[in-house]
Write a protein that binds this ligand. Structure first.
Ligand code: SF4
Ligand code: SF4
Length: 319
């Protein structure tokens, strides 16, 4: 795979600083039942990195100390991590809103038969990737059979109340473009998804459109195809200053499976830790009483992926 960090090192991206932490996003490891083409963490079935119980307990302590109101759990397929259900239960018992970044097909993995009902019982919000509403494109990007399995999973979640009007159980879907282009306007695409999935009797709350980041597997593919520079030009040319105030790193701390802190998941994947007072990196155990408000954010050229066009974050478009 081509390394993309050296290609992103020189940047004119504006300096930005952190605000109060509202979301702790944890990547519990890279084990996944899928191996998608665009995956920015290079997750897959052969990866072995996984958060230990000790680190998961430190994470819960940090969550409380930080005052964050949301725990956003990602991976890999986070549900396959042995600490996942403990983290969910403990965070929920502390009144913290929990988001599970779910790939849908994990609901059909052996041993996960009760996963959907566990998530519903705990009131966990589900954010699930469905990069298109056609079988051909989903299977091309995420693997054969993924579309059918995803549709079956949405049906199962709907039956538990997810995505239904008046239900507290939310199901948001995530779209990202297939190639080196910006996502289309979020509201219009959401209406298309609702119409097409609605015809199958499926419902969901919101569609979140995300730009592809020029890093890891997707970035490497761009390099191989000779499209890296033109994609970066597109991101830079589409930059909007108005998006700078709401980029997710302002209010989110990203934690890796070993307990180190980053300004966002993308920086985590690039190996760019959060920097405090000149320290090269910081562990959960050092961060308990540290106020990160006002701390400079580590930026590189990939940051234009967050500020291009309508903007892009874990919560979809920024506009
Ligand atoms: S399902 Fe998500 S984490 Fe797993 S390989 Fe695909 S994009 Fe990566
Ligand atoms: S990639 Fe986006 S979220 Fe991450 S530091 Fe850059 S602007 Fe912030």
């Amino acid at each position: 795979m081509h390394a993309t960090l050296p290609l992103l090192a020189t940047t004119h991206f504006p300096p930005i600083t952190r605000h109060r932490t509202e979301v702790v996003q944890v990547n519990v490891g890279y084990v996944c039942n899928q191996a998608c083409l665009h995956c920015h963490v290079n997750a897959g079935p052969t990866r072995t990195e996984a958060m230990s119980r000790e680190t998961a307990l430190q994470l819960l302590e940090y969550l409380e100390a930080s005052g964050a109101s949301t725990l956003d759990i990602t991976g890999g397929a986070p549900e396959l991590n042995a600490q996942f259900r403990m983290l969910v239960r403990e965070a929920r018992s502390r009144g913290v809103h929990v988001i599970d970044r779910c790939n849908l097909t994990v609901l059909h993995q052996p041993g996960q038969e009760d996963l959907a009902s566990f998530l519903a019982a705990q009131g966990v919000a589900i954010v699930a990737s469905l990069p298109c509403y056609t079988e051909e494109l989903v299977d091309r990007q995420r693997g054969k059979g993924v579309y059918e399995s995803s549709i079956a999973a949405i049906r199962q979640l709907n039956a538990l109340g997810y995505g239904k009007a008046g239900s507290p159980l939310t199901l948001d879907l995530v779209y990202n473009p297939q190639g080196p282009s910006l996502p289309p306007p979020q509201a219009a695409l959401e209406a298309d998804y609702k119409r097409i999935l609605g015809a199958k009797g499926l419902v969901f709350n919101r569609l979140l459109t995300l730009a592809n980041m020029p890093i890891q597997r997707f970035g490497s593919t761009l390099v191989t195809k000779g499209q890296f520079n033109s994609y970066m030009d597109l991101l830079r040319d589409s930059h909007r200053d108005a998006n700078l105030e709401t980029v997710m790193c302002r209010s989110l701390v990203s934690v890796d499976w070993q307990g180190y802190l980053y300004d966002c998941d993308f920086n985590q994947m690039l190996g760019l830790p959060l920097r405090v007072a000149g320290r090269s990196r910081m562990h959960l155990t050092d961060a308990m009483r540290r106020d990160l408000d006002g701390n400079p954010i580590v930026v590189r050229d990939h940051c234009y992926g967050c500020t291009a066009g309508q903007g892009s974050s874990c919560g979809g478009a920024l506009e």
